[in-house]
Design a protein around this ligand. Structure first.
Ligand SMILES: Cc1ncc(C[n+]2csc(CCOP(=O)(O)OP(=O)(O)O)c2C)c(N)n1
Ligand SMILES: [Mg+2]
Length: 367
């Protein structure tokens, strides 16, 4: 299924939201969840060679917000925005190759996570850092839209922890005063690594920071995909109409550790289970679709099967991808890599070994 915007006309349900778009939102959330589960399997088989950062419990935030963008709008995702990237057109095959550091991955095996972008066509940018640094970058990107008179919007995510960084403050302040067409989404998932939000910020509501920058702000249920879509869409529309920056705080919960290696020993007993039982976005959405929206469960099961088939195909293809060529590390570094002689960088290496790394001096204090 191609990434779409939510503006295509369609048959509407009683709630007013087009039926096929309701199902598309389900598809993207299910794809996010299942693709991450596949990555966990591959991680345990040591085929995913770097860290693995889950977004379990946050699928609605990622999918509902990115769904409010048009193709020409620019998305700046974080590690927990796999769902946003999929909606914006990243493919499971790219993501699998990237995590397995394959030679034909978008970064040609140089990066082992979802830090990749496409600024030519699908318009999502590769992330530099999780900790607020993308806010000044997106202030610049959206200032360029304004200066060129392009009707495009930028969407940047930050975590609760990132709102306490200097980069967040400087970036949002600059974007606010320049009235950039930018939406800043705080995914408040209650933790920054092992630090609970109330241990790193005295404000009870992070959205209250909007007042300090003179911009619009709203807080919403980040586990309700339709509410996430609605709030983001309103902010995106305001930005497109020249009304500047909006700060959205979406309340959600990080059900897994910061990354797969984190055993979450700092989380109070029962907390994770309670969120899983009572407030999981996919379960809530399935209940809404099969209840008030009257969509038969069999339609959702058919989507699940399509998602699994897609992930199986992409996994087979990614596993058969080659590892990177060693010399490829030079590509993109020098203007004309093919003219460089093979292993040119090792020339003269013996002299360094002989003068500084004599085996006789190893392990001594004065060698
Ligand atoms: C300058 C810096 N310090 C520390 C880190 C390690 N680090 C990466 S993400 C993170 C926590 C981020 O928390 P939050 O902003 O709430 O985002 P979440 O992980 O919950 O999505 C930390 C400490 C880093 N990448 N850069
Ligand atoms: Mg957080």
């Amino acid at each position: 299924m191609a990434a779409t915007t939510a503006t295509a006309p369609s048959r509407t349900t009683s709630g007013g939201f087009p039926r096929d778009q309701l199902l598309e939102l389900y598809y993207w959330m299910r794809l996010t969840r299942s693709l991450e589960e596949r990555l966990v399997n591959l991680y345990r088989q040591t085929k995913v060679v770097g860290g693995l950062f889950r977004s379990l419990g946050q699928e609605a935030c990622a999918v509902g917000s990115a769904y409010a963008l048009r193709r020409e709008d620019v998305l700046s995702p974080l590690i927990r925005n796999l769902g946003s990237m999929l909606v914006k057109g990243a493919t499971p095959l790219e993501v699998l190759r990237q995590y397995m550091a394959k030679g034909d991955s978008p970064t040609r095996g140089r990066e082992l996570n979802i830090h990749f972008g496409d600024v030519e066509d699908r318009n999502f940018i590769g992330q530099i850092s999780h900790l607020g640094d993308m806010v000044p970058v997106m202030a610049g990107v959206t200032l360029s839209f304004k200066l060129r008179g392009e009707p495009r919007v930028g969407l940047v995510y930050v975590g609760d922890g990132a709102t306490s960084t200097g980069a967040f403050h400087e970036g949002i302040n600059f974007a606010a005063v320049q009235r950039c067409p930018l939406v800043v989404i705080i995914e408040n998932n209650y933790y920054a690594y092992s630090t609970p939000t109330d241990r790193q910020c005295a404000a009870e509501r992070l959205v209250d920071k909007a007042a300090g920058y003179g911009i619009a702000g709203a807080r919403g249920d980040g586990n309700d995909v339709l509410e996430v879509y609605r709030l983001t869409r309103e902010a995106v529309d305001r930005a497109r109409q020249g009304e500047g920056v909006t700060l959205l705080e979406l309340m959600t919960y990080r059900r897994k550790g910061h990354a797969e290696h984190d055993n979450q020993s700092y989380v109070p007993a029962g907390e994770i289970e309670r969120w899983a039982r009572e407030n999981y976005p996919l379960d809530r959405y399935v209940a809404a679709l099969t209840g008030p929206e009257g969509i038969p469960a069999s339609e959702l099961e058919a989507i699940d099967a399509r998602v699994m088939a897609e992930i199986d195909r992409a996994t087979d293809e990614a596993e058969s991808s080659p590892p990177p060529e060693p010399r490829d590390c030079l590509a993109g570094v020098y203007a004309n890599p093919p003219v460089m002689p093979t292993l040119w960088y090792r020339e003269g290496i013996r002299s360094a070994v002989e003068s500084h790394e004599q085996p006789a001096s190893w392990g001594t204090h004065d060698g």
